[in-house]
Ligand binder design. Structure first.
Ligand code: BG6
Length: 523
């Protein structure tokens, strides 16, 4: 993590050394929608070195020219920085190259190595390589083997080039497969060369969690079981499976969202202060949270975990199909598109404080939010009749959209008598800073090029997250059901999820600045 204190100017970061970004899966959606638009933006911002190139690797035959034309279209469609015209595009296009190859074919990787050598020689730069696996997870092992066999996995040193590898989620399907995958990839690359990417960590608001907690004196003293009643983490999406049915039906919300994005949010809220901003120090504290999570054994899944599937419904006034009707989804699928669970961090700070997590697709709004719900004041004075009961204080971190932070507190409504109302003190990024923050992939690609792995998942971190979720997955797999509870698309999830939290005398809440309603509200 780079720390820039007190300034409003450009972040103080070194430029990466010359390197080539090699994208496996160069014809895919991720490359077009996220990676190349991000790289283009970094290029435009002058954050990439002069001697920088992209080599796209995929199976279909294609010329460099055709690849460039395809990527220009992608940048024009998906990038927040669009080329102004041919002259603007040309310097970037000249750095784009295409390499046809098969992931199982050693000769294709030898040819790739020769091409990377030639590119490096032509530019007079060392052959530093950043490999990006934008491929289905089944390809990870084959590609890492081939890269190593082709002599492209150098750790780097004073006189040799470096190689790093970025691996997309999902990293494994459960604890055993994640361990096996770690062992395999670590057979080719050292841990400090491996960058397991989770785009949530590239979001400004996610990075701000640590700043909020540890750059302010105010929060730390109350950030514990003495003052916090419970924590809610909501990751709500309006989208369905968006043509990704084949992948999603084998993943589900637990593997797709909870194991990665939600675990990172939970760790950042729950962790102790690291002793430095060094990547190992930060990640070690996150791992401690994961290792202290109260395990939900398979037999308790029915009580502490709610899974559900969206049924046909209406979103933004449009009818949408149910999950089982989506393309490439099994008509009798038991894959969850919604999950809610309750867990605890079993340490002194958080003893007895429930963390409620929920995520789902086809919910009424796209909202990622963390609510720190403080304990109610004693039931005397204003929290007793005739004034009370009053709403407790809630600190809400709006991760997206309408990024910001609000604090809900009580005020006296002006007038002769005493009437107490809840209001929110609000901080919004857009109003405070204007402009658009860097996209998650921009930040993360730059960090990987710089060799900074703070915002990437370490091997023990990924395994610890699976260690928590694998018993839950086992419990789910063992449930004798033919159908999951359903929620209509466009609703806030199943009644069972409400019951999960309401049985503890609490309710799901989101802040009004998300919902644009006049009060902070349930749901
Ligand atoms: C991805 C999941 O990791 O995150 C998708 O695979 C999900 O299913 C997406 O839609 C959500 O990301 P964001 O940035 O839109 O919240």
């Amino acid at each position: 993590m780079d720390a820039e204190v007190g300034g409003g100017s450009a972040p103080k970061r070194d430029a990466p050394q010359p390197f080539t970004l090699v994208i496996f899966g160069a014809s895919g959606d991720l490359t077009h929608r996220k990676l190349i638009p991000a790289v283009y933006r970094l290029f435009q911002e002058g954050l990439l070195p002069e001697r920088f190139a992209v080599v796209g690797f995929a199976r279909s035959p294609k010329s460099d020219e055709a690849f460039r034309a395809e990527l220009r279209k992608a940048v024009e469609t998906f990038s927040r920085a669009k080329p102004a015209g041919d002259d603007d595009w040309a310097p970037f296009a000249a750095r784009l190259h295409y390499h046809r190859g098969d992931y199982q074919n050693a000769a294709d990787f030898q040819a790739l190595a020769a091409r990377l050598d030639a590119l490096a020689a032509a530019s007079g730069a060392p052959r530093n390589c950043l490999f990006y696996l934008a491929t289905p997870p089944e390809m990870i092992q084959a590609i890492t083997d081939q890269v190593r066999a082709a002599g492209l996995a150098e750790a780097g040193g004073a006189s040799s080039p470096w190689s790093r590898i970025i691996i997309e989620k999902p990293f494994g399907r459960d604890l055993a497969s994640a361990r096996a995958l770690n062992a395999h990839v670590q057979g080719a690359f050292a841990e400090n060369q491996i960058f397991r990417i989770d785009h949530y960590l590239g979001k400004e608001t996610v990075q701000n969690i640590l700043v909020l907690r540890f750059a302010n004196a105010l929060f730390e003293p109350i950030w514990n079981h003495k003052y916090v009643d419970h924590v809610q983490i909501t990751v709500a999406e309006t989208v369905g499976v968006e043509g990704r049915g084949a992948y999603y039906d084998h993943a589900g919300a637990i593997r797709d969202m909870a194991q990665n994005h939600m675990m990172h949010l939970l760790c950042l809220v729950g962790m102790e202060a690291p002793n430095s901003l060094d990547s190992e120090a930060v990640r070690s504290e996150k791992v401690k949270v994961l290792k202290t999570l109260h395990l939900i054994p398979p037999t308790c899944v029915g009580d502490r975990v709610v899974r559900a599937q969206y049924a046909a419904g209406t979103l933004a006034g449009q009818p949408v199909p149910g999950y089982r009707e989506e393309p490439a989804v099994a008509p009798d699928s038991l894959t969850e598109t919604y999950v809610a669970l309750k867990t605890f961090i079993d340490n002194w700070r958080w003893a007895g404080v429930p963390f409620y997590l929920r995520t789902g697709k086809r919910l009424p709004a796209r909202i990622t939010e963390i609510g720190i719900h403080f304990k109610p004041v004693p039931q005397v004075l204003f929290n007793a009749p005739p004034f009370g009961p009053m709403a407790p204080n809630v600190l809400t971190l709006r991760i997206q959209p309408n990024e910001g932070i609000s604090l809900q507190f009580q005020v006296k409504r002006p007038g002769w008598g005493i009437r107490i109302e809840s209001f929110e003190m609000d901080f919004g990024y857009a109003a405070a800073f204007g402009g658009e923050p860097p996209e998650a992939y921009e930040r993360l690609l730059l960090d990987a090029a710089l060799g900074d792995s703070t915002l990437f998942t370490r091997s023990d971190e990924v395994e610890a997250a699976w260690a928590f979720l694998t018993p839950i997955l086992e419990g789910c797999a063992g449930q004798p059901i033919t159908r999951l509870p359903a929620y209509p698309a466009g609703s806030w999830g199943p009644a069972e999820a409400d019951a999960l939290i309401e049985s503890d005398g609490r309710r799901w809440t989101l802040m009004k600045r998300h919902t644009h309603r006049s009060t902070a509200k349930t749901k």
